[in-house]
Design a protein around this ligand. Structure first.
Ligand SMILES: Cc1cc2nc3c(=O)[nH]c(=O)nc-3n(C[C@H](O)[C@H](O)[C@H](O)COP(=O)(O)OP(=O)(O)OC[C@H]3O[C@@H](n4cnc5c(N)ncnc54)[C@H](O)[C@@H]3O)c2cc1C
Length: 408
């Protein structure tokens, strides 16, 4: 029988959620070893600034490095990918052929950028997910650069605004009717799109990129209606794909992330010998303040909240710490800076069936309330920081006071 101090937690994915999980293990009293394995060669850093400005090539980590308030006493294995994981025997296999054993596993592998289905991809096509991506893009953007952004979600719109502020000539292509329609709905998405258009960005809505022709320096981006956009730089910002391949073969539900219960335990068709929890962008779990539907939430704060909760769940599974008794009810919250617009969203506005302006007007600072089946489900604040705190509290009270919208 292994003594508690010899037991090992393997955290796969050494970014925000992985780091915060390791911290939560230590503050929860874990004395065994913790190994953090990360595919990137860099120590953990913050991704949100990557799309909100040009990353400082001289010293990118001065602004981006994620720090820890405690010494997490972890073994770091960076620049290595976990290729396979056997949860029956607690063995992980890395891409250099080495293996390591674990008594519990944390899946913190996040997502990667979804790519357009193209036969050919010239070198001037970019994604923005990692610091290396952002540095490469930063080098390519100059005053007058012709830029095509595929995708008008938060990241696409942030990059478009950054490029436009640099003096680039920017076109955004989206399959949707308006920018940011999925997370914010048509009314707000259209209002924010108009702001971008006023700053000189051209939108091609209801359109998709079918091919990219040319060389590595200049391309023709061809849309499905035949429109041709000349581009020095093309950016693919069409969403994300979950990094779950390494968990295949363990009876887990890996459709759209790692399916978990409300305590972030991964749900397995057969009992796994060692416990596994998922955190951050890759975790798909039900949140009872909304309903029973498991969802993934790609928000910074959710990575932090799930990390803390999953550590408590695993600590208890390993015979350490108190059982988790209260349901896990984190309030999704997200911010986005796009040119001069400062946006903060709380709850899940994308689920709403009714939208109302609570304050201001859509051409200036405003607050929009979202309802589903008559009950508040989200708030979006454009501008005012103080209003944001007040509306966040208001929404949290509604959602957690049992005023859960009923599906009937
Ligand atoms: C450009 C950009 C802008 C953003 N802006 C905002 C914002 O304004 N507000 C906000 O709330 N959120 C924002 N986000 C989202 C936020 O950054 C994420 O929610 C957060 O990074 C999630 O952390 P994570 O640790 O779960 O995943 P990630 O940060 O994606 O980290 C996962 C790590 O796991 C590694 N990995 C993957 N597979 C393996 C493997 N098999 N073996 C080992 N390692 C592996 C990856 O290389 C990566 O380093 C933004 C994200 C991006 C990319």
């Amino acid at each position: 029988m292994t003594s508690p101090d010899e037991r090992r937690i393997a955290v796969v994915g050494a970014s925000l959620a992985g780091l915060r999980t390791a911290e939560a293990f230590r503050t929860g009293g874990w004395q065994g070893s913790i190994t953090l394995i990360g595919a990137e060669s860099h120590p953990p850093y913050s991704r949100p600034p990557l799309s909100k400005g040009v990353t400082d090539a001289a010293d990118p980590f001065s602004r981006l490095a994620l720090r820890s308030s405690i010494d997490i006493q972890a073994t770091w294995v960076l620049g290595r990918t976990v290729e396979a994981c056997d949860l029956t025997n607690g063995v992980l296999r890395l891409d250099d052929g080495t293996t390591l054993t674990a008594d519990a596993v944390v899946a913190a592998t996040g997502t990667r950028a979804r790519r357009l289905p193209l036969d050919r991809r010239p070198a001037n096509m970019h994604t923005v997910r990692t610091i290396d991506d952002a540095l490469a893009l930063g080098k390519a953007l100059r005053h007058g650069t012709r830029v095509v952004v595929a995708g008008a979600g938060f990241i696409g719109c942030e990059i478009a605004a950054t490029a436009s502020q640099l003096g680039c000539r920017v076109h955004v292509v989206t399959f949707d009717q308006t920018a940011m329609i999925a997370p914010l709905g048509h009314t707000v998405g259209a209002a924010l799109q108009r702001r971008h258009e006023r700053s000189g960005i051209t939108f091609h809505t209801g359109r998709t990129v079918v091919s990219v022709q040319g060389d590595d320096r200049c391309c023709d981006v061809i849309l499905d209606d035949g429109t041709t956009l000349r581009a020095d730089v093309t950016i693919e910002a069409i969403g994300s794909v979950c990094n779950t391949e390494w968990l295949t073969g363990n009876g887990l539900d890996l459709h759209e992330g790692v399916l978990c219960d409300n305590d972030l335990h991964a749900v397995a068709s057969t009992r796994t010998a060692i416990p596994i929890a998922a955190v951050g962008d890759v975790a798909r779990f039900p949140n009872p303040i909304f309903d029973a539907e498991p969802r993934r939430i790609e928000h910074w704060q959710m990575a932090v909240d799930t990390a803390r909760h999953a550590a408590r769940t695993l600590l208890h599974a390993l015979g350490h710490g108190q059982p988790v008794t209260n349901p896990f009810t984190p309030l999704p919250s997200f911010w986005s800076n796009q040119g001069s617009s400062r946006l903060q969203s709380f709850g899940l506005p994308g689920l709403a069936d009714h939208v109302e302006i609570l304050d201001g007007d859509l051409d200036h600072d405003f607050v929009v309330g979202y309802r589903r089946h008559g009950s508040p489900i989200g708030v979006m604040v454009c501008g005012g920081i103080r209003e944001a705190a007040r509306y966040r509290r208001w929404l949290a009270e509604h959602l957690t006071d049992g005023l859960v919208p009923s599906a009937s």
